[in-house]
Design a protein around this ligand. Structure first.
Ligand code: GLN
Length: 561
């Protein structure tokens, strides 16, 4: 196994994850099989309990792992299926060491950060690197490891030490360190400053790690004399200093790396030049350029709770982008804080209320994405009602599907207090209820997580046609509540159709409203499996429908063209 370690210096938020996944893309384009590991030095065992407000979205894997959103970037860029083990946190490592200690596996020894924690990190990396993530047999050729945080952080010290030991034990032909750093431009003179990078490289070297390549984030391409300085003071050959300057969209990054021959430097360091091919990035090239040249925007209203931070719905945003590009459209996402649509807001914040409604009425389609807790629920119900009554294409994801059920029960069945027991435990009409998959008495990990199969009840439904599979689809889940099986009959009689169910037939997975151009609710999160060049079916349906192209598209598909 060959390792590429990506560390970060100077400041966080440099786009280290995108750089690391782009390195994976370029190596994959050279014919190599690539896997990846993300190290998050925080104490949480996983991202499941972290607030999207603070940390961005929680990404969900096939195996039910709730992980850092960077794993989503890796999956999308490498078109891979990662496991929860591919995300290492301090919490996970300590938990494994403490479990061993309690079992008495350390035979009476004093258990210490060095060597026990560091050994656990090394063992974890070496075993996880061997898990195939590309659907093929056998392990990958290269494992890209991204160390979260910034070099010098107290909490990343045990990881740095473990990685130093790993670099030594695997040998120099099997280890390549790429340090991502910042080159700021200061003052009127506009000079590119190398000092922060010099310091962070010095820090890395003091910890026993020497970078083989520097990936320098900057606004403009690096100037020759900036590179010269870096070479001189950081001990990195000029050919290995990469300029990661601002580009119009992130799909340019693999191209930027390739154009600077980054793959050559990495392959040389890893002694892989003889087996690698010339990188073929034609598809990336095409996509990046198409994206740059899109002019026709489609207005999408996103009605949610965490609208302050775009990263809270990162995969939904990416899925919309993939779907829009497939239709040669540019996504123009209007974020609407659901609570601004509510009647209360008309009194308390009339301007925000008016603006929210204006944006909603202007939208060509509406999305209500996933979420937890009762804030903004009435606003979401109003948005679903508006979309349903005005024939505006609507996609409800997870919570968004539950919202459409509540709305339908209230408006069409006349059950004014219909609700989910998540928001009103006393509701006389619980149309969405707590339905743990396992034991009802066991309170821990009651979330239904990861990949589950949805069986289409009829091949005629829109969703199965969009998925190009008349029988089933496997998508990822993250929820506790579900449509109450007891109310399906009345809802269906009133026109709402549950066209996708789980294998027991008790859990509703997909709803549609016949007669409406596109009114779809999915209990799963299709956004997690959307890929550049392979848009997710429900998102594609929404965008096509927003432009009145859905029927033509389905017609073309049925004819096999
Ligand atoms: N809060 C809802 C539930 O737990 C929806 C979850 C979600 O949208 N991910 O079922």
């Amino acid at each position: 196994m060959k390792y590429v370690l990506v560390t970060g210096g100077v400041v966080s938020g440099l786009g280290k994850g995108v750089t690391a996944s782009s390195i994976g893309v370029v190596l994959k384009a050279c014919g190599l099989r690539v896997t990846s590991i993300k190290i998050d030095p925080y104490l949480n065992t996983d991202a499941g309990t972290m607030s999207p407000f603070e940390h961005g979205e929680v990404f969900v894997l096939d195996d039910g792992g709730e992980v850092d959103l960077d794993l989503g970037n890796y999956e999308r860029f490498l078109d891979a299926t990662l496991t929860k083990e591919n995300n290492i946190t301090t919490g996970k490592i300590y938990q494994s060491v403490l479990d061993k200690e309690r079992r008495g596996d350390y035979l009476g020894k004093t258990v210490q950060v060095v060597p026990h924690i560091t050994d656990a990190i090394k063992d974890w990396i070496e075993s996880v690197a061997l898990i195939p993530v590309d659907g093929k047999q056998g392990h990958a050729d290269v494992c890209v490891i991204e160390l979260g945080g910034t070099v010098g952080d107290i909490e990343s010290m045990p990881f740095i030490e473990a990685l130093r030991q790993l670099s030594f034990s695997v040998g120099k032909d099997n280890f390549c360190l790429i340090h991502v750093s910042l080159i700021p431009v200061l003052g009127v003179v506009g000079e590119q400053k190398t000092k922060p990078t010099q310091h962070s490289v010095r820090e890395l070297r003091a910890l026993g790690l020497t970078p083989h390549l520097l990936a320098c984030r900057s606004a403009q391409p690096l100037l020759d004399n900036t590179k010269e300085k870096l070479t001189q003071f950081c001990h990195v050959p000029a050919a290995n200093i990469l300029s990661i300057h601002d580009v119009p969209n992130i799909w340019h990054i693999p191209l930027l790396l390739r154009n600077q021959n980054a793959h050559h430097s990495i392959l040389k360091q890893l002694d892989l030049l003889s087996i690698a091919t010339i990188p073929d990035l034609e598809a990336w090239n095409r996509r990046a350029e198409t994206f740059d040249n899109l002019t026709d925007s489609v207005r999408i209203a996103m009605v949610g709770k965490y609208v302050g931070l775009a990263d809270s719905y990162l995969s939904v945003v990416k899925a919309l982008l993939h779907a829009c590009i497939a239709c040669s459209l540019k996504p123009s996402i209007d974020w609407i804080a659901a609570s601004d649509l509510e009647d209360d807001s008309a009194q308390l914040t009339p301007e925000a209320h008016a603006a929210a409604w204006k944006t909603l009425r202007n939208a060509e389609c509406v999305i209500v994405p996933g979420g937890f807790g009762d804030r903004g629920i009435s606003g979401m119900i109003l948005a679903a009602k508006y979309a349903r009554e005005n024939n505006v294409p609507y996609l409800g994801i997870c919570l968004g599907m539950q919202i459409s059920v509540i709305e339908y029960a209230r408006s069409v069945l006349g059950l004014e207090r219909a609700n989910s027991t998540e928001f009103d435990e006393q509701t006389p009409d619980p149309v969405v209820i707590f339905m743990p998959e396992g034991s009802r008495t066991h309170m821990g990990s009651t979330m239904r997580l990861g990949s589950r199969r949805t069986l289409f009840q009829t091949p005629d439904c829109l969703t199965s046609k969009l998925y190009c599979n008349p029988q089933y689809v496997d998508e990822r889940h993250r929820h506790r509540y579900e449509v109450n099986p007891d109310v399906i009959g009345v809802l269906e009689q009133a026109g709402l159709k549950f066209v996708g169910k789980d294998e027991t037939g008790k859990r509703m997975e997909v709803l549609e409203l016949p007669g409406h151009p596109f009114y779809v609710g999915v209990q799963f999160h299709p956004e997690f499996k959307s890929r550049p060049g392979k848009p997710s079916a429900p998102f594609l349906g929404l965008i096509l429908s927003a432009r009145g192209q859905l029927e033509a598209y389905l017609g073309r598909h049925q004819n096999g063209s």
